[in-house]
Design a protein around this ligand. Sequence first.
Ligand code: GN1
Ligand code: MG
Length: 373
Amino acid sequence: MEVDHQIAQHFDGPGQVTRINPLGRGHINDTFVVHFADGPDHVLQRINHFVFPRPEWVMDNIVRVTQHLQSKVAHLPDCQKRSLRVIPTRQGRTVHVDDKGHYWRMYSRLHPMQSYEQLQTPRQAYFVGRSFGEFQAQLADLPHPRLHETIVDFHHTPRRLSRLLHVAQADPQRRRSSAQREIDFARKREHRVEMLVDCQRRGELPERITHNDTKLNNLMFDEAGNEPLCVLDLDTVMPGLVHYDFGDMIRTGCATAAEDEEELELVDFDRNLFAGICQGYLEAGRTFLTPLEVEHLAFSAILMTLEVGIRFLTDYLEGDLYFKVHHPEHNLQRARSQFELVRKLEAAETELHDLVMETWSRSLSGEMERVGT
Ligand code: GN1
Ligand code: MG
């Protein structure tokens, strides 16, 4: 997609735009890097308006969250690399709306840094867990009012499943026959999807501010790729359960294969990476997590993996309206790969739960040793 330089010129960047190139691998927004004649590169994004019906709410949240995070890291070295910074338009607004009604925003570019599609070492995994745990801890005292829900019921798994079954019934694209096995896979887990929302309804799990999209590639590591510095993709930072972040971290941070892996025998998770994430997360979460939150962490890895599989499958049946796809079967392939990962996690559920609980008691008694040092 070509972007008119005029769009970038609406923002308060460093002078004349020279080039705009595509960037990143997100499934939702369109992302570009903007080069300027006399200043550092910036990131330009077109917010997916179909996915985020109220882009101005997204930006309200992001401005509050990034300012709060900046205040928390101001004393650290490289503090300007540790949080996103929104670049306003020349009129002082957080978004530019073009003549076609598309919403655009700009960030300063965090450079040079790198993100991962797959982790290599338990030490990296430890840092991933710690980073997202610290992210939750840093936002715990964000002043009122409550953040906007940028996507309503984003992680309401029971509603995600009912929607899948409804779409499967209607079968608008005549794709159901090719996905029957996957639909049955999801339906068979109907009795498990209520667990977290039920606990929350009963007041057993507290609402917190969570990231809600803790995909591994939403974390920027330093140039050497050792230590994460900055959490990206703040569009879904809103009220949620800690499990949404922990679960998605495990789904993407411990996987041995790509999210859309076609060869299902390659799909599994790595126990050492699981242990690393767990240790980092619980160490950061020691100050705020409740015992019941910890109790459900292992399960959340299964639930979040199942949920995203359900979402991919629903989108396949609806004709790929939500996630970007590279071929017509892509969402089905993603769903298959995620459901295979669900199978593997389910088979190890007790073991993973025990590991979480042991790590938690060690972290409470201060017995943590550094991973991989
Ligand atoms: C989307 O934007 P990206 O690619 O980080 C999606 C997540 C999914 C993820 C699956 C707003 O995240 O919920 O888990 O794809 N984001 C939104 O890869 O729906
Ligand atoms: Mg995203």
